[in-house]
Design a protein around this ligand. Structure first.
Ligand code: G4P
Length: 531
């Protein structure tokens, strides 16, 4: 347990939300608290604006900028907080899902007016696969949103998670007065545009204290007392272990843009959020306290500038100590590699680092040797698991427009899919190639990059498939199924069999008709639960 102290002072997490709920604003306020940025507005360039949705170059340019803010590290009350950024645009949702494999907990932002939205649901599904601990921040309390009890109800039902309010609002919208913090028994009064270093909280250990009447007013104090009594009766004290096991999600109310409730969120976060956690491999569980270094690649970012073809691979350190200029085993290709310029991300500055500890994220220059999920160790041959690929939602056939450049096209598509830009499926027993993505934009990105970086010209022919399912089961039954459904059977890049379903109806019918075959919605079958 050489690095116990370093591990104990780290918290690695991500903020997730449906676009526009306030993720960027909250990120910025947390960075202000952590002293990582000095002025509001510094994080804005990271956000992909709505009007840019048709312009993928602009989006990629902004993603380029976002490399610098992919990991934002700051110190707060002696805790080193690593905040991993996730793209706001839904077409890049896969990036977000993968980033979630590298964090130990998340803060989920929900807009009090809109409640649970489409992206909120999908992100939570991914969190649930790994039982990631979640703290919910209900934002925009300065607007007339849904009634708090209704919101709690809606979130519990829609996201299928038990909530535990740790703060409770006093009114909302124009009448919003603040929140009562049930965790440390204090009252936080709302003032619009509160400064980050202002502390407006008053300790009120007993909700029947006269001070509360004075501060909140007769009408609202009555309601607050009723609410708090009800909440304390229903929820009691927070069980930290239930939160850490992903069973219960603490809830805070606030207004990020007004800097309200953010400090309470951060203070509680550093107290309850888990330290860097261990991870499973195909051989054994790796404990972060182990002396020997291990880590995995969860994201690869290419440089779109044709003069700089380098890519950056993001490594999450899982155990031991990562050191610069030291040879590590790249287990998939059984090769020893060493990195002379690994860097960390301190707010917007890239810094070459000498070492890193569990929970840290290191940027490694990649000349094409990495793909998502690759593992580095001090020699032990194993591979981290739990970094699955999800079923794409849009499928198109890849058409080669320049037969003279077939080799370049194959190489290009292979490398781009290693990066996780899209998934490649090849017709089983044939050569037809189908690309699957989460968003339309990725097809534009692929077409552009194939031409710019590989000189290969391609087109995409739309296909009407609904989902890709990895299939396993009894050998004979599988062979029969593959023969009957030839048109719909593909193999992924690792040679696994994949069934492309035309619609939900087809999929359900095939599942019913073939009880001996298992249909999986992610590429990693063993860790799957909700299937
Ligand atoms: P996102 O990253 O989740 O997509 O959301 P972002 O933080 O960009 O916030 C979306 C919009 O919501 C922004 O307004 C932001 O100012 C606003 N917002 C964030 N927190 C609050 C809050 O507590 N109360 C209210 N009323 N609004 C909030 P915008 O007009 O889209 O952008 P901007 O022009 O303000 O940058």
């Amino acid at each position: 347990m050489k690095y116990e102290k370093e591990i104990a002072r780290r918290r690695t997490f991500a903020i997730i939300s449906h676009p526009d709920a306030g993720k960027t604003t909250l990120t910025e306020k947390l960075l202000l608290f952590g002293g990582a940025i000095q002025v509001a507005g510094a994080v804005k360039s990271n956000k992909i604006k709505k009007h840019a949705t048709s312009d993928f170059m602009e989006i990629e340019r902004q993603r380029g900028i976002s490399v610098a803010t992919s990991v934002m590290s700051f110190e707060y009350k002696n805790i080193l907080v690593n905040l991993l950024d996730t793209p706001g645009h839904k077409d890049f949702a896969e990036d977000t899902y993968r980033t979630l494999t590298a964090v130990d907990s998340v803060i989920l932002v929900i807009d009090s007016v809109n409640g649970v939205e489409e992206q909120t649901r999908r992100l939570m599904e991914v969190c649930r696969m790994r039982d990631t601990p979640v703290i919910v921040f209900i934002n925009k309390m300065d607007r007339d949103g849904k009634y708090p009890f209704d919101l709690v109800d809606e979130i519990e039902k829609e996201l299928n998670i038990q909530l535990h309010p740790l703060s409770w609002p006093i009114n909302m919208g124009k009448e919003f007065k603040g929140v009562y913090n049930l965790y440390d028994k204090s009252l936080l009064l709302f003032t619009p545009n509160q400064k980050s270093d202002e502390d407006n909280s008053l300790q009120i250990p007993d909700i029947y204290d006269k001070l509360l009447d004075e501060k909140v007013g007769e009408r609202d104090v009555k309601q607050l007392r009723e609410d708090v009594e009800l909440l304390e009766g229903v929820y009691g004290a927070l069980d930290k272990e239930d939160y850490r096991a992903g069973k219960v999600a603490p809830v805070f109310f606030g207004s990020a843009v007004n800097n309200f409730g953010v400090k309470e969120l951060l203070d509680t976060f550093i107290q309850i959020a888990p330290e860097p956690l261990g991870r499973d491999t195909d051989k054994r569980y790796v404990d972060p306290q182990e002396d020997k270094f291990t880590g995995f690649i969860f994201k690869i970012h290419a440089n779109l500038d044709p003069r700089h073809r380098d890519r950056i691979a993001f490594l999450r350190v899982c155990s031991g100590k990562f050191q610069r200029n030291t040879f590590y085993k790249h287990t998939r290709i059984d090769k020893d590699l060493r990195f002379s310029n690994p860097y960390s991300f301190m707010a917007r500055e890239k810094e070459i680092i000498e070492d890193a500890y569990p929970g840290d994220v290191v940027g490694l220059f990649d000349t094409g040797q990495f793909k998502i999920g690759d593992t580095l160790t001090q020699g032990e041959m194993m591979q981290f698991t739990g970094i699955p690929t999800f079923s794409p939602e849009i499928f198109k056939e890849l058409v080669n427009k320049d037969p003279m450049k077939t080799k370049q096209l194959e190489k290009g598509i292979s490398q781009l899919t290693d990066e996780g830009v899209a998934q490649l499926f090849t017709q089983h027993g044939g050569n037809r190639k189908i690309i699957g993505c989460v968003g339309e934009l990725q097809f534009e990105v692929i077409q552009y990059r194939l031409l710019q970086e590989y000189g290969a010209s391609c087109a995409f022919m739309p296909l009407s498939f609904y989902k890709a399912c990895w299939i396993t089961g009894d050998k004979k039954k599988l062979e029969d199924f593959v023969r009957f459904k030839q048109q719909n059977i593909m193999t992924d890049k690792d040679g696994n069999l994949v069934y492309l379903a035309q619609s939900e109806w087809f999929l359900n019918t095939e599942r019913q008709n073939n009880p001996d075959i298992e249909f999986h919605f992610t590429s990693e079958f063993k860790t799957q639960k909700n299937n």
